[in-house]
Design a protein around this ligand. Structure first.
Ligand SMILES: CC(C)(COP(=O)(O)OP(=O)(O)OC[C@H]1O[C@@H](n2cnc3c(N)ncnc32)[C@H](O)[C@@H]1OP(=O)(O)O)[C@@H](O)C(=O)NCCC(=O)NCCS
Length: 184
């Protein structure tokens, strides 16, 4: 088992595109597969964890506008994957926190996610919300989904984290024990 002390969390670079693409494809039951061109065009929105030169985890984000009120945009957490042999070492936690720290400068209203891993996101302070509260996501993403015909019956669980509340920073930084992952 990996002890975690050799793992580095960092923003992705173009050289990471193939391992990111591969990692996402390896989790097609849980994630929306992304074409290589999509990974490359959005490489600046990915973070990765690297262990001795091997990419073992990735996470990404995208801003979702709120129609009519630019100040109320959300950020969606996407493509969170940790390779099977590196799970439960708080690598996923570190990556999602890194993404939340990255987007903090934009001051989005909330972070959202559609996921099959609600227990994991709950430890980061996310709570379940009705999909009808995420209509921007439904119209920007789910409407073009190739996996499920109806976003309201799709089995993914919608969750949100309020990023304006005073509890947010504490929740994001203290919800899980500090992982043994170095930041580059
Ligand atoms: C979900 C996933 C990203 C979690 O990554 P991870 O690095 O193993 O998660 P962490 O170690 O940071 O977990 C933090 C906490 O979340 C909870 N958690 C994580 N995975 C869990 C699981 N499978 N079942 C229940 N709780 C879980 C635990 O409370 C854990 O803390 P603990 O290990 O001290 O008990 C990883 O399992 C994965 O890649 N799954 C496949 C892809 C996927 O479902 N991605 C999410 C969709 S966006």
């Amino acid at each position: 088992m990996n002890t975690g002390d050799s793992i580095i969390a960092r923003p992705a670079a173009l050289a990471d595109a193939i391992p990111i693409y591969t990692l996402i494809r390896q989790h097609q039951d849980e994630l929306i597969v992304r074409p290589m061109s999509d990974v490359i065009m959005n490489i600046d929105r990915f973070h990765v964890c690297e262990d001795g030169g091997r990419i073992v985890a990735c996470a990404a984000w995208q801003i979702l506008p709120e129609v009519g009120d630019p100040s109320k945009a959300s950020v969606e957490i996407q493509s969170v994957a940790v390779c099977a042999s590196c799970r439960r070492q708080h690598i996923g936690t570190r990556l999602v926190r890194a993404v939340l720290a990255r987007v903090e400068a934009f001051a989005p209203t909330q972070a959202i996610v559609l996921t099959f891993a609600p227990e994991f996101f709950r430890t980061l302070g996310f709570h379940e919300v009705p999909k009808t509260s995420l209509m921007h996501k439904i119209y920007m993403g789910c409407i073009n989904c190739t996996k499920y015909s109806n976003p309201f019956t799709c089995p993914e669980i919608a969750m949100a984290l309020d990023l304006h509340g005073p509890r947010t920073r504490a929740a994001v930084s203290a919800a899980a024990p500090a992982p043994e992952v170095r930041e580059s």
